[in-house]
Design a protein around this ligand. Structure first.
Ligand code: FES
Length: 106
């Protein structure tokens, strides 16, 4: 079992039971969570799936690849130290991940 907690820019949180192996982006889109656009469908070419990960959760995630790091410079809202592209973060067993979506993705 895994749970992703999505908080929007206004502070409203949606908790979703996630499927292991899905991405954090796919989990949001499939469950109607607002705030993640995912224009490219997860092919790492749009940066509209930007999220801010809670600091302690961020440390526990696998490190990002270079391409994701580069794409994060193209987000609508400037990246922060704990920014990730949610299509590149996979749900793992027991995950309890807290992310905040930016006020806009476009
Ligand atoms: Fe396009 Fe993540 S969905 S980069």
């Amino acid at each position: 079992m895994a749970t992703i907690h999505y908080t929007d820019a206004e502070g409203t949180t949606t908790d979703v039971e996630a499927t292991v192996g899905d991405s954090v982006m796919e989990t949001a889109v499939r469950n109607g969570v607002p705030g993640i656009v995912a224009e490219c469908g997860g092919s790492l070419s749009c940066a509209t799936c930007h999220v801010f990960v809670r600091a302690d959760d961020f440390e526990a995630l696998p490190a990002m690849e270079e391409m994701e790091d580069e794409m994060l410079y193209g987000t609508a809202v400037d990246r922060e130290d704990t920014s990730r592209l949610s299509c590149q973060v996979r749900v793992t067993e027991g995950m309890d991940l807290h992310v905040t979506t930016p006020e806009t993705q476009i």
